[in-house]
Ligand binder design. Structure first.
Ligand SMILES: C[S@@+](CC[C@H](N)C(=O)[O-])C[C@H]1O[C@@H](n2cnc3c(N)ncnc32)[C@H](O)[C@@H]1O
Length: 505
C-alpha cells in the first residue's frame, strides 16, 4: 500500500515540477536565461542522474548548488524513497541566486518533505538565496573538513573573466578555473566529506584543453569517476532550450582508491544505453601530466586506443610545430582585400578549404582573399612553403572533427601567405614542410582512426593547438609513405582509411 502511495505521490511531484519548469522557462527572457545559465533539467533526466548515487548512509546531507526550482533534489528524494533501505534523515541545502525562483523551490522542497514523511524519513531543508561561489568560499574558509555527503548539480555555464570578483573569490580558496560550471563542481567537491558522492551534468569541455588543466588536476586528486554517461545526440539533454553543447553526466566519489569506471552511452533518454567497464588507467593515463579524461564508449574505441598506443612519435620528434593562424581579421581591417592585387599575398580562411586542398581565390567573396603586404602585416605572415592547415572550429554538419587542407607552394605563387585566426597550421620552425610529409600528415589527421581517438578526449567542436600537439604521430618514413600514396586531392574517406590503416596495422 505504502509503495503504491509512494509511487503516485512521486509521479505527482514530478509532473507538477515539469509543468512549472515549462512555465518558468517560457516566461523567462532569453537574456536572463543566458546570463544566469538558467536551463532546467528535464525530470526524466534528473531521475536518471539521481539514480547514479550508490552509497546508502543513514543521515544524508544533500547539496543542490544552483538549485533552480529544485528538480534535481526532487528527483533524488524520489529515488531515495524507492529504496528498500531508507535513510533515517535527509537535510537538503539548496542554493539559488535568482529570487524569482525561490517560491517554486520552496514548493518543491515542501513536496519532498511530504514524501519523506510518508516514508518515515526525517526531512529538513535550508534555502540559501546567494551566489554559490560566495556561499561555498565562505564555508570553505571557515570549515575545511567537508560537510555534505551528496551533491547533485546542473550548474550554470558562463566564462569567468580573469579580473572579475568571482575569479578573485575562487583564487582565495585555491580554485583556478575559467568557467562557472567548473567552479561550481570544484567548490562542490571540496565541500564533500570523505566517501561523499557527486553527480553532475556539465559540458564535456573540461575533459581536455589547457584552460581546464588546473581543474582536472585538482578534481582528480581526490575524486574518482565511477560512472560516466554520454548522449550521442547533442541537443537531447536540453531539448526545450536548444542548448547546443556536448554534455557529460558523471558520478564521482571522494576516495583515493581507483576503481573501474562504468561508461554508458545512448542516443537519448528513450533508448537503451550500451554499457561497458573501463579500467581507470584507460580513462586517465597515469603518466599523462595534462590529465586528459578519455572516454572510450565501446569496443571500437578500445580497438582504436590500443592501435594508437602503438604509435609513439611526437610532433616534437618529427621536428614540427602547430600554431594558430596569426591574422586576426577584425584587428587589421584596413589591410584586408577581397581580391588579390600587386601589393598583396593570399589570406587563407576555412572557407577556402576544398577536399583537402584549397580553392582560392573565391568570388563572390564572403571573406577577404588577400592581405596587403607591408611592414605591419609581415609579422603575421609565413614564408612560401607547404603547410598543413586544420580548421579550429568544425561545423556540426562536418563528419570529422579534424578537417585539414594542404597549402601547396607550387599552386600559389606568392612569397608569403597569411593564415587567418580560425585555422591552425603545422610548420617547421615557422617554415614549410616537404610536400610528401605535408600530404602524409594531412591524410593521417583525416583518417577515421584519428577522428575516433580524438573524440575520446575532445567532446566539443573546437580543435585546439594543445589537442593536436597531444596526438601521437607515425614516424617520419611512414608519413612520407602515406603522403606518396595519393595525388594532390585527399581521396574519399574509405580510401583515406585504407591507406592509413594498411600502413599502421
Ligand atoms: C543550469 S540551471 C540548473 C537549475 C537546476 N539545478 C536544474 O537542474 O534544473 C543553473 C541554475 O543556477 C542558478 N545560478 C546561476 N548563477 C548562480 C550563482 N552564481 N549562484 C547560485 N545559483 C546560480 C540559475 O539561476 C539556475 O537556476
Amino acid at each position: 500500500m505504502i509503495d503504491k502511495k509512494n509511487e503516485l505521490f512521486s509521479e505527482l511531484m514530478l509532473t507538477q515540477i515539469n509543468v512549472t519548469r515549462q512555465q518558468v522557462s517560457k516566461a523567462t527572457e532569453k537574456e536572463i536565461k543566458s546570463n544566469l545559465g538558467q536551463f532546467f533539467t528535464e525530470p526524466r533526466l534528473a531521475l536518471f542522474m539521481s539514480d547514479m548515487f550508490e552509497i546508502n548512509e543513514p543521515h544524508i546531507n544533500l547539496l543542490d548548488p544552483g538549485a533552480g526550482i529544485g528538480i534535481l533534489t526532487t528527483a533524488t528524494i524520489t529515488q531515495i524513497c524507492k529504496k528498500d533501505e531508507k535513510p533515517l534523515s535527509i537535510h537538503v541545502t539548496a542554493v539559488e541566486i535568482d529570487e524569482t525562483l525561490l517560491e517554486h523551490l520552496r514548493f518543491s522542497l515542501e513536496f519532498c518533505n511530504k514524501l519523506c514523511s510518508l516514508n518515515n524519513i526525517q526531512f529538513t531543508y535550508s534555502i540559501i538565496h546567494d551566489d554559490f561561489i560566495k556561499y561555498g568560499s565562505t564555508l570553505l574558509k571557515s570549515y575545511t573538513g567537508g560537510m555534505y555527503s551528496k551533491v547533485i548539480l546542473n550548474p550554470p555555464y558562463k566564462k569567468i573573466s580573469s579580473k572579475s570578483e568571482t575569479r578573485l573569490t575562487l583564487r582565495e580558496i585555491d580554485i583556478e578555473t575559467t568557467n562557472l560550471y567548473s567552479a561550481f563542481v570544484a567548490i562542490s567537491k571540496k565541500l564533500l566529506i570523505p566517501n561523499g558522492e557527486l553527480v553532475a551534468i556539465t559540458p564535456r569541455s573540461f575533459c581536455n584543453g589547457t584552460y581546464f588543466k588546473p581543474f582536472r588536476v585538482d578534481f582528480l586528486s581526490d575524486m574518482n569517476f565511477r560512472k560516466i554517461h554520454l548522449f550521442n545526440s547533442r541537443t537531447d539533454a536540453f531539448k526545450d532550450d536548444e542548448v547546443l553543447q556536448e554534455n557529460i553526466i558523471y558520478h564521482a566519489v571522494k576516495e583515493y582508491e581507483h576503481k573501474n569506471v562504468t561508461i554508458s552511452s545512448s542516443e537519448n533518454l528513450n533508448e537503451e544505453a550500451s554499457t561497458h567497464t573501463l579500467e581507470y588507467d584507460k580513462l586517465v593515463h597515469p603518466n599523462d601530466e595534462d590529465k586528459f579524461i578519455r572516454i572510450l564508449r565501446d569496443e571500437e574505441d578500445l580497438r582504436v586506443k590500443s592501435l594508437m598506443e602503438g604509435i609513439t612519435t611526437s610532433l616534437e620528434d618529427l621536428g614540427l610545430k602547430v600554431s594558430t593562424g596569426k591574422v586576426v581579421d577584425f584587428r587589421t581591417k584596413e589591410n584586408l582585400r577581397s581580391a588579390p592585387g600587386y601589393d598583396t599575398v593570399p589570406l587563407i580562411y576555412p572557407v577556402h578549404f576544398h577536399k583537402g586542398s584549397l580553392e582560392w581565390p573565391i568570388f563572390p567573396a564572403d571573406k577577404p582573399n588577400a592581405i596587403s603586404l607591408n611592414e605591419v602585416t609581415s609579422k603575421q605572415l609565413v614564408p612560401k612553403g607547404n603547410y598543413v592547415l586544420v580548421k579550429r572550429f568544425s561545423p556540426k554538419e562536418e563528419t570529422r572533427r579534424i578537417v585539414t587542407a594542404i597549402y601547396n607552394e607550387e599552386q600559389m605563387s606568392a612569397e608569403f601567405v597569411g593564415f587567418e585566426n580560425h585555422l591552425n597550421y603545422f610548420h617547421r620552425n615557422g617554415q614549410g614542410l616537404p610536400l610528401d610529409l605535408a600530404k602524409g600528415l594531412a591524410i593521417y589527421l583525416s583518417s577515421s582512426i584519428v577522428d575516433c581517438f580524438f573524440r575520446q578526449f575532445n567532446g566539443h567542436t573546437q580543435v585546439n593547438v594543445g589537442d593536436l600537439k597531444s596526438l601521437p604521430y607515425p614516424p617520419y618514413k611512414l608519413l612520407i609513405k602515406m603522403g606518396t600514396a595519393f595525388d594532390n586531392h585527399l581521396p574519399e574517406q574509405q580510401e583515406i582509411d585504407n591507406i592509413v590503416s594498411d600502413l599502421l596495422e
